[in-house]
Write a protein that binds this ligand. Sequence first.
Ligand code: KIV
Length: 276
Amino acid sequence: MSATAKKQAPNAEDIRARKGGTPLVSLTAYTTPMARLMDAHCDFVLVGDSVGMVLHGLTSTLSVTMEMMILHGQAVSRGLDKAMLVIDMPFASYEESPQQAFRNAARLMSETGCAAVKLEGGVEMAETIRFLVKRGIPVMAHIGLTPQSINTLGGYKVQGREEQAEAVLADARAVAEAGAFSVVLEKVPQVLADKITAEVAIPTIGIGASAGCDGQILVVDDMLGFFTAFKPKFVKRYADLGPLAEAAIAEYAAEVRARSFPAAEHVFADQAPSKG
Ligand code: KIV
């Protein structure tokens, strides 16, 4: 599939210019119908590598592949006109070298039409961010809790408490200075998130961070109540659709077993055969 620029959607520079303004609104999406539902309401939509856990039943994001991101990226792209499309670079697609990152980021852009990529990491990824941005690839950074590093972070813990705060601040400064157009702050204490937001010149996008961030993002299946394996503290359930869907499925199953579905209005009655 070739890239199709969304004419009405904001681009990375439009998002950058929203620093300090009305908060940026973002959700994740993985399918066309869900992207259509959020298109008019979000400034940007992220095809997160959370797709691995949310839709594919994986226990972490570590085995998400480029092929998965491209397939879901193409699906979401078809559902968006107004919102900007950002796609996560999956684990092991960018950490090796700036050149590897460029090859895979360029592939995500050319095969999905996304306007930017997101990658995890701070100081250690600054060189790669600079390399990509200089070569025409807008980068959203992601610091604090970076789920692709759970094995070295020791789990899904808050990042930046006490003596860790300086390191997270250094990450924020490094990615902003390297040219990222915005930065996701995941599971960062509120005071630190506010400090970073005040200090860096690019929009901060909070998830488990602070209402003072320049924008917010949530995983759509979390906020709609479809993903119920666990619920992080920072998730607000705006709807509880999982139990509703299960009740509907149970009702269908009972009706099929009772032969009350399909009813007369759901079947195509033949004309009575004419005589002679
Ligand atoms: O993969 C994802 O969904 C994300 C968001 C939670 C920021 O990175």
